[in-house]
Ligand binder design. Sequence first.
Ligand code: G4P
Length: 543
Amino acid sequence: MTVAGLDKRPADAGGRGDEAVRAEAGRRRTFAVISHPDAGKSTLTEALALHASAINQAGAVHGKAGRRGVTSDWMAMERDRGISITSAALRFEYAGGVLNLLDTPGHADFSEDTYRVLEAVDCAIMLLDSAKGLEPQTLKLFDVCRSRHVPVITFVNKWDRPGREPLELLDEIEQRIGLRPAPVNWPVGVAGDFRGLIERATGGYTAFTRTPGGAERAIETHLDAAAAAAREGVAYETAAEELALLAEVGAEVDMPSFLAGASSPVLFGAALPNFGVRRLLGALTELAPPPAPRLDAAGEPREVDAPFSGLVFKVQANMDPAHRDRVAFVRVCSGRFERGMVLTHAATGRPFATKYAQAMFGQDRETVDVAYPGDVIGLVNASALRPGDTLYADVPVAFPPIPSFAPEHFAVVRCRDSAKHKQFRRGIDQLDTEGVVQVLSSDARGDQAPVLAAVGPLQFDVVLHRLEHEFGARSELDHLDYAMARVTDPDGAGVLAGQRGTEVLTRRLDGALLALFTDKWRLAAIQRDHPAIRLTPLLAGAE
Ligand code: G4P
């Protein structure tokens, strides 16, 4: 693997594998942006696309109000609530490489979706608002990156607005999350009076001039240190002093510790006027790792030039209201994908035809004929595929399942119109398979009114909305007084039967037995009274 730029290595000496696939994989950088809502993720996404020449005007990707029309009732719901649920995968070419940006939902209630997306990336950009620093959702998402060993590049955004001191922000990163910040560049001018950026490695200076509305690429003027000092005066001197302090503590970009998740290259900028965004693209191509061999369920690596394999990380229905179809997003992990090839679905052993493979670009789609490791393909009408599933060609492989989060909100869902029960069941099954919500049931509760389990309550709103609008089954919820879940076994279920403040239900998707508890005291009391009971925590979401 190369660390200083795009991989252009020749094939290995033994001549094994496919040189072309390795070269294409080496050109790719697949990443996501993690941030707290409002830190500027959508704005940054557009600015990145703008600088990579994928779009001509900011505003084309997310269809924000007044920019571009909203194309589905699904998106209408997002617009009404000001949240983003639909994960788009964007792809753009930059400096001879291919950047795949996987969008993550902004709201904490959809952390589980975000987690799945982070299973499919090789790097993440941690986006901070310069006035706010590390916010709760950023911290949570950062923890996911750390647990997944995803290296993180930090982008301090909104430097055109009043904010905090740069050294103070670095200190916060180091103190609160134990990540050693290593600035790639340094701002000249305090937050709110952003003049330009000094490149630490070279001392070169880029001054910015805003274009009206920030819709076009900002004008960048490159100066050497002496010219920059003359132009910016005191602001430059202050920045130079801060840089001298940094040099003393040795906060250099260090590839091994970045890749190991111990340090993070930091860049400053402002996504709205798109200052410093081109440098961020450069940092991605120089620093972010290309696709690496992925470990299968047995812990064996699937080399990038092995026959095709892919991981389903998201299933999204109803993206195109005209077709009411269902798209499975697949991250290519190894080999060359060619549209039309017949793959095997590892979970069922069944063949899977790929005639309708598509690339997604915001709300637009186009057919994709060929894809390489790191790319994302959308497989249409993939009703058998679930998040976490593996598809492969020739040599079988199954990647480890994506763990589900600990639900904290529980509700019984009922169809309001008994004549629509069939539609209701179909809808519940589909939402369960897509991973929109976890569906639990028990013999005692019966089939008519399953229990829904969610990480955040907005997931319930999505379920009700989709049951009504997509399946024609208006439904209602009856919230349950549980707040915690643990995985148990039949013995545990026997112990818990009839106890107050607890109930055991079966998760439909995988048959796991989930014990629900009203609160942690009830859980603690049961553990105290029955020390041998098996109560395993699920992956912490909001817990
Ligand atoms: P999100 O996806 O992370 O939720 O954030 P989004 O991009 O929607 O940005 C949140 C708000 O912050 C938006 O303002 C956006 O214009 C603003 N913003 C993002 N980056 C910058 C920046 O670098 N500088 C400044 N000054 N503002 C920035 P809004 O008024 O809430 O929305 P809008 O009406 O502008 O879309």
